[in-house]
Design a protein around this ligand. Sequence first.
Ligand SMILES: C[S@@+](CC[C@H](N)C(=O)[O-])C[C@H]1O[C@@H](n2cnc3c(N)ncnc32)[C@H](O)[C@@H]1O
Length: 218
Amino acid sequence: MEQELNRVRNLYDTVAKEYAETFSGEHEKKPKDQEILHRFSQEIGDRRPVWDFGCGPGQTTKYLKNLDIEISGLDLSEKILEQARTIHPEIHFRKGDILELAFENDSIAGVVAFYAIVHFTGKQVGIAFREVFRVLQPGGIFLITYHIGEETIHLDEFLGKKIDIDFMFFTTDFIFSCLNDSGFENIEIIEREPYPDVEYKSRRAYVFAIKPVVRKSP
Ligand SMILES: C[S@@+](CC[C@H](N)C(=O)[O-])C[C@H]1O[C@@H](n2cnc3c(N)ncnc32)[C@H](O)[C@@H]1O
């Protein structure tokens, strides 16, 4: 069953402060995150605009801003956006839904989405990828991360708060075929082991995918 957006929004509204405290400096402890974000910044160059979808408290947005990328953040949860705006007042953050993006077709040069799909069902992942494909400019870059696996983990407690939420893991074959079906090309998936004592012990994947300049014929 699809996880209602309200449940996801309530989760991040509930844990917004604790999530910001826990994850704000996380890229400093994860060398592969840094390498991937540097690569994204080099590949995007001076193309604009760039958005961080499912930005949470804005740690990835800020990391790329520090690399001179003009970037904004979008999230479903107003409370987590309050955290992002307080911690990074120089960055523009706005409320929005990845499954129904209020952006014009072909309008965004680059999208990053770190763990933004962790509460999506497989069907919602397909919808999200098609939405990102729609709003990206031809040649636009999509960088997404996810937990590798087949399991769904249900949590009743997170960061010291009582909650009721599912976290979804995805296989690399599934993510590849969803991106491919959405029209993306040059799909490159980089997997790594978890960093001990730094993060939840799941294998992680980073994906670069490109919206082709010339559309594939149907
Ligand atoms: C696991 S957190 C990741 C946050 C941040 N990117 C990070 O790496 O820590 C997932 C984030 O995606 C947001 N989110 C979930 N579903 C969304 C949707 N449909 N549209 C926009 N944001 C969404 C949540 O509110 C939450 O902030």
